[in-house]
Design a protein around this ligand. Structure first.
Ligand SMILES: [Zn+2]
Length: 134
């Protein structure tokens, strides 16, 4: 059911242009994300790779769902960062606005969302997002 993880020299699924081993891979393996954007990228890659554990681990306990299910027939193609507010390595909160491009049973689509993150004990966590119209 799950998607095979790329090798460390393969392009990162988040589309950053970096290798998986220097981008989202270490964060999936349990290293803290240095910034809110890096956590957002790792979460997008986790959707692409169907890493439910990473998504749950990086979700704030106040808003975390009991489980994450992946809809069959969807593949996540690309993440476009539209805007960021704070979320840097000396901040404890941040906003990331993004477009996530997917291919589904009805063709290509995208989700445009503005998401909020907080950092608790050095770990960036996703709180919630507002979906925006295109
Ligand atoms: Zn990445």
């Amino acid at each position: 059911m799950s998607v095979e993880r790329p090798g460390s020299d393969a392009p990162c699924p988040c589309g950053s242009g970096a290798t998986y081993g220097s981008c989202c891979g270490p964060i999936h393996d349990g290293e803290p994300a240095p910034t809110a954007v890096r956590l957002m990228r790792s979460r997008f890659s986790a959707f692409a790779l169907e890493l439910a554990g990473h998504l749950l681990r990086t979700w704030h306990p106040d808003t975390r769902p009991p489980r994450v299910d992946f809809e069959p027939g969807f593949s996540w193609k690309r993440l476009q960062i539209v805007d960021t507010v704070k979320g840097g390595d000396s901040d404890d909160a941040g906003i990331v606005e993004f477009r996530a491009i997917y291919s589904g049973p009805d063709g290509r689509g995208l989700i445009h969302e503005r998401s909020s993150f907080v950092r608790v004990d050095g770990w960036w966590l996703y709180i919630e997002g507002t979906v925006l119209d295109e």
